[in-house]
Design a protein around this ligand. Structure first.
Ligand SMILES: C[C@@](CO)(OP(=O)(O)O)[C@H](O)COP(=O)(O)OP(=O)(O)OC[C@H]1O[C@@H](n2ccc(N)nc2=O)[C@H](O)[C@@H]1O
Ligand SMILES: Nc1ncnc2c1ncn2[C@@H]1O[C@H](COP(=O)(O)OP(=O)(O)O)[C@@H](O)[C@H]1O
Length: 333
């Protein structure tokens, strides 16, 4: 028997700026990144499954996925990032006796640098909280943000910045400073048929570990180069000049086929496209949706001529306050 269900639409992200300061002793990389949510969404439905919970007993969470980007790398057990996000919410509420069923409608390609799994984690956490304790205090949300940051650097962004749509993230990505952002651009996304594993891309930076003091010194000059407000208020052409991704060259070293796409972008006059996070998606900024669509059309044609396959191409607007959007309320009081 079902006691209630909530669906949350969770947006993808791109990183208009991603500056790496160095590698830490724990193997993670210290960074500063500007994150921007988009209206390409996964739909995450969390359902409470009634049973006969026994006090103190941990009930299971199961996951199903379907949709255009359901793929075998997306697990159906508690290792799925959505299950881990929901588990973080249950722990914060002290309700691990509750069993959950999570349904994912995957429209965000995975291993594409778009943060789809992290968005699912945040959406599942939010849906679980809304189902079990919609009137919770800010302390619960703060505890969930912290747990999400431990699950994955990007997970905390989607939860903490859900009312803003953008953030400046630092540390290994888990320290999130939300920024209200409504940039005027349309964002063209193109995802080559290349799966980029995030650890392989960071590994290809080939950096030696640095001490905390050395990392602080490296962060100071580079972190403050561009004010987020300047980037988010600029029209497409000046905004393109401010985009930066320190991971792109490493991603091309780790996955050389990405280099063929870099050459293609340059070749058709769209060298301003930038790799999204650890890839494999690239994104470009345009003032008008029609310009973005025609750029993608030109890129599709050029890719076909060079026999380069892609998984996804579409035009999006920034998500703004709808980064996580509750679609259905519970069917019980
Ligand atoms: C690059 C970015 C940019 O937003 O995202 P993607 O483009 O992959 O989505 C993030 O830094 C990725 O965040 P996320 O995908 O959450 O990474 P995590 O699960 O925390 O870490 C996966 C692995 O990436 C490496 N890693 C991640 C973050 C970081 N600051 N330094 C690292 O070295 C580590 O090898 C780690 O084991
Ligand atoms: N709900 C989920 N959606 C997508 N991937 C998931 C999910 N849960 C776990 N994963 C794992 O996380 C990996 C990275 O997926 P994703 O977050 O979409 O990519 P990226 O880190 O490039 O943004 C996947 O290959 C998959 O193994």
């Amino acid at each position: 028997m079902t006691e209630g269900r909530i669906s949350v639409a969770a947006g993808a992200k791109v990183n208009p700026r991603l500056v790496i300061h160095g590698r830490r002793a724990d193997g993670f990389h210290e960074l500063t990144t500007l994150m921007l949510g988009l209206d390409l969404v996964d739909e995450v439905t969390v359902e409470l499954v009634a049973g006969t919970p026994r006090a103190g007993e941990r009930a299971p969470i199961t996951v199903t996925s379907r949709g255009p980007f359901a793929s075998p790398d997306i697990s159906t057990d508690e290792t799925n990032l959505a299950a881990r996000g929901a588990r973080a919410a249950l722990q914060a509420l002290g309700r691990e006796d509750v069993a959950l069923l999570i349904e994912l409608e995957k429209r965000i390609p995975s291993r594409a640098g778009l943060g789809g799994g992290s968005a699912d984690a945040a959406a599942a956490a939010l849906a679980t909280l809304q189902l079990l304790q919609p009137d919770r205090g800010v302390a619960v949300d703060a505890a969930v943000t912290e747990s999400l940051g431990r699950i994955g650097a990007d997970c905390a962004f989607f939860f903490a910045a859900r009312h803003h749509g953008a953030a400046l993230s630092s540390g290994r990505g888990e320290a999130v400073e939300p920024i209200a952002a409504d940039p005027p651009w349309h964002v063209a996304l193109l995802t080559p048929a290349i799966d980029c594993a995030t650890p392989a891309v960071y590994g290809a930076l080939g950096l030696e570990p640095k001490s905390a003091a050395e990392l602080r010194a490296a962060a100071e000059p580079r972190g403050a180069e561009v004010r987020p407000a300047d980037l988010f208020s600029a029209t497409a052409s000046p905004a393109r000049a401010l985009l930066l991704n320190d991971l792109e060259a490493a991603a091309i070293r780790a996955f050389p086929a990405l280099g063929e796409w870099r050459a293609l972008f340059e070749g058709v006059g769209h060298g301003h496209f930038l790799l999204a996070g650890s890839g494999s998606s690239f994104f470009g900024l345009f003032d008008e949706a029609v310009e973005a669509a025609s750029a993608l059309e030109a890129l599709r044609g050029a890719a076909a001529e060079r026999s380069l396959a892609f998984r996804h191409a579409s035009v999006h607007r920034p998500a703004g306050e709808h980064l996580l959007r509750v679609l259905h309320s519970p069917d019980r009081p």
